[in-house]
Design a protein around this ligand. Structure first.
Ligand SMILES: [Cu+2]
Length: 147
């Protein structure tokens, strides 16, 4: 009887592990000609994300409709759990975003050299990952120093 119960528990936890993996699906909107956007997609896939790729003709309109503040803008715009991920955000902060109910999105503004998808040999510019709160304020979520 006890063995049966343990087997059931094991089966249940296996199911929740699968659901956790499915939760990492992310939609990426990008321009057809953006090479670094594709590299960022590869970075996400290498970190276990399932990426749904959307090629767009008007990224400005996409950013506007997803609530990306112009000061936070970069190249591509992704969406996970209804929150935006703007620019070359490292996978670790994308995962963190899914656990943050106080943020509507996160961004790495511009295209800093050395961020995921923006690798340049020997160059690592300092950059911040900035969260946009529900009240419209910027909040630094992570800082990557220059090297
Ligand atoms: Cu880029």
């Amino acid at each position: 009887m006890k063995a049966k119960y343990l087997a059931l528990l094991a089966a249940l936890s296996a199911i929740s592990a699968v659901q956790a993996a499915e939760a990492l699906t992310i939609d990426v909107h990008r321009d057809a000609n953006c090479g670094c956007c594709k590299k960022w997609i590869s970075h996400l896939e290498a970190n276990g994300f399932k990426v749904v790729d959307h090629v767009e003709s008007n990224m400005t309109a996409v950013k506007q409709s997803l609530g990306v503040a112009p000061r936070l803008a970069s190249c591509h715009t992704a969406v996970i759990d209804g929150k935006f991920v703007e620019g070359h955000v490292p996978a670790a902060q994308v995962i963190e975003l899914t656990k943050r109910d106080d943020l509507v999105g996160i961004a790495v503004p511009g295209m800093p050299a050395g961020s995921p998808g923006m690798e340049v040999d020997g160059v690592q510019h300092a950059y911040q990952v900035i969260g946009l709160t529900k009240t419209g304020a910027d909040q630094v979520v992570a800082e990557y120093p220059t090297q």
